[in-house]
Ligand binder design. Structure first.
Ligand SMILES: Nc1ncnc2c1ncn2[C@@H]1O[C@H](COP(=O)(O)OP(=O)(O)O)[C@@H](O)[C@H]1O
Ligand SMILES: N[C@@H](CCOP(=O)(O)O)C(=O)O
Length: 294
């Protein structure tokens, strides 16, 4: 059996910790068979454990503990992933969703979508990656008091150009530079910007969505120094016709939304800019979210 989970791009600017989209890069976990010990076969580098220390299995253990279930067997698993690690494309969230589904399948828990979302949000701490990883498409979500409300919708048709710098930026480190609180006036202003962003996305107005997504007050102003590529790419986007450009998740990936007709000129300008070193992906929205193949 295979468990397949998409990458995600969270925040979309002002939708901090609330809005996210699933994109067509995938984590795949395959159950190869029963084993004397847990073993995860992968080529993701020496920093990713192959045993119970792996986030996949710590998640499985947490789910089984919550459900008060003990597995009688251990398994040999194979993990492959197209999702760049610690780059702002939800690599950790994809593993958390896969770990929940692995527990669900191996222990035959029959978890509902809502139960999977609650478990994932509690583990990750915010729903904006795990919700689209689970559901696909565009998801707007909020969580409080161990309850998550999520609205799933079609994302407007456009191209997604992801610039992935060569360096890692752990979400935990990127969150350290955020303020502990905002003034009442700043909070009202920041959330009103997020509300209009959401309304533009749901009505398919990408021109307006692109403009307002660049006016985030919650996190991008505080993270801009960590990811100098944001300002560089935002200027290129504005000059050559992108709808909008935002910091994907906690960074350092920068996501640019554009029409098909400007994709090549934007790609050329990015490749020509000597300040930018990294990989460029032209991505599509994933509309399925978590999948299993038997
Ligand atoms: N395929 C994977 N298997 C195990 N752990 C993973 C995997 N992908 C990511 N992780 C864990 O998640 C961390 C990256 O998470 P995070 O800092 O939130 O970055 P991202 O923006 O990719 O979600 C990695 O350092 C690793 O500990
Ligand atoms: N809202 C979070 C999103 C983190 O996304 P990731 O892909 O970087 O894990 C944040 O901005 O910290």
């Amino acid at each position: 059996m295979k468990i397949i989970v998409p990458a995600t791009s969270a925040n979309l600017g002002a939708g901090f910790d609330s809005i996210g989209i699933a994109v067509n890069l995938y984590l795949t976990v395959e159950i190869l068979g029963i084993s004397n010990s847990w073993y995860i076969e992968h080529d993701l580098g020496e920093n990713i454990p192959t045993d119970e220390r792996n986030l996949l299995l710590t998640t499985l253990t947490e789910v089984l503990s919550v459900k008060n279930v003990v597995l009688s067997e251990k398994y040999h698993l194979k993990m492959t992933s197209e999702i760049p690690l610690a780059r702002g494309l939800g690599s950790s969230s994809s593993v958390i969703i896969a770990g929940i589904e692995l527990a669900n399948q191996l222990a035959q828990l029959n978890l509902t979508i809502d139960e999977k979302l609650e478990l994932a949000t509690q583990i990750e701490g915010h729903p904006d990656n795990v919700a689209p990883a689970l559901l696909g498409n565009l998801v707007i979500a909020t969580t409080s008091n161990h309850h998550t409300d999520a609205v799933c919708a079609e994302f407007p048709v456009c191209k997604l150009l992801a610039f992935v710098p060569n360096y890692e930026l752990k979400t935990m480190d990127s969150r350290k530079v955020l303020p502990k609180q905002l003034s009442y006036k700043e909070a009202v202003s920041a959330s009103s910007i997020a509300n209009v962003l959401t309304a533009n996305l749901l009505t398919g107005d990408l021109l307006s969505a692109g403009k307002i997504m660049e006016r985030d007050r919650f996190h991008e102003p505080y993270r801009a120094n960590l990811v100098p590529e944001l300002d560089i790419l935002r200027k290129i986007g504005r000059a050559y016709g992108a709808y909008g450009t935002y910091l994907s998740g906690a960074g350092p990936t920068i996501m640019m939304l554009c029409a098909d007709k400007v994709l090549s000129v934007l790609t050329e300008q990015i490749h020509q800019d000597k300040q930018l070193t990294g990989q460029l992906y032209s991505l599509e929205i994933d509309k399925m979210g978590l999948k299993t193949e038997h």
